[in-house]
Design a protein around this ligand. Structure first.
Ligand code: SAH
Length: 223
């Protein structure tokens, strides 16, 4: 991703790079240690992913509405899931399910070689595409599709990140994870737990991480 220089992207006042620095300080206090993730989040202007009226709140540790009943995930959740996915190593090809406005996608774009992201609500795909174009994230491919069945034609993926809560872990996603790959996925309805799945040559190892709050992973697509 290109370095951002124009004032609309780098921001002023409550959307400035200094505000982003404060977000990084808070993330460190919350336990995020991966400097690669922190540096990506320090570089990406989160305020351009939300409506202008909300941009003043873009760096608070909250999720915010992005329209169509969906939300942009809170910074801690984005940082934590990316840190777990990366596990200190290089990320090759990654699949994200639930693009939303594209903020997590931009963070991944900064870290991974190649990012595929699927979103079931068409206007959000358009929104995310425009944001990612502004940031010149050229290693990203977005698609309007039901992500619960994954993206078999580009599998296997070294990382799969699901940013909506699933009722169960979809078999298709497990099959599309590379051997040695990692998947992070929130599972549950009223109480949701973040799971890490690690695929080795002989098994899928499941680890329960922490409780989280996501919009539900729904089937099918919406125009
Ligand atoms: N990654 C986003 C989170 C967006 S919220 C961020 O950075 O903030 C989760 C998104 O998942 C919503 O936009 C919702 O429409 C989408 N979603 C839900 N079920 C889906 C499915 N089956 N396939 C693709 N997207 C889905």
């Amino acid at each position: 991703m290109a370095l951002l220089r124009s004032s609309s992207k780098s921001g002023i006042g409550m959307t400035s790079s200094r505000t982003r620095e404060r977000m990084l300080t808070r993330l460190r206090e919350q336990g995020i240690k991966d400097e690669v993730v922190l540096s990506a989040m320090g570089e990406i202007p989160r305020h351009i992913f939300v409506d202008e009226a909300l941009s003043i709140r873009a760096y608070e540790d909250v999720s915010l509405p992005i329209g169509f009943g969906q939300t942009i995930s809170q910074p801690y959740t984005v940082a934590r899931m990316t840190e777990v996915l990366r596990n200190g190593g290089a990320l090759g090809k990654v699949l994200e399910i639930g693009t939303g406005c594209g903020y997590q996608t931009a963070v991944l774009s900064n870290i991974a070689d190649e990012v595929f992201s699927l979103e079931r609500i068409r206007p959000l795909v358009m929104k995310a595409r425009s944001h990612l174009r502004t940031l010149k994230c050229t290693n990203v491919k977005l698609d309007h599709a039901d992500g619960s069945i994954g993206l078999a034609e580009y599998a296997p993926f070294q990382g799969i990140i699901v940013t909506a809560a699933a009722s169960h872990i979809p078999e298709e996603l497990l099959a599309q994870l590379a051997v040695g790959g990692r998947m992070v996925i929130p599972v549950g309805t009223s109480t949701q737990v973040l799971y890490l799945i690690e695929r080795s040559a002989k098994e899928y190892k499941q680890t329960k991480l922490e409780t989280v709050k996501f919009v539900p992973l729904l089937g099918g697509t919406s125009a």
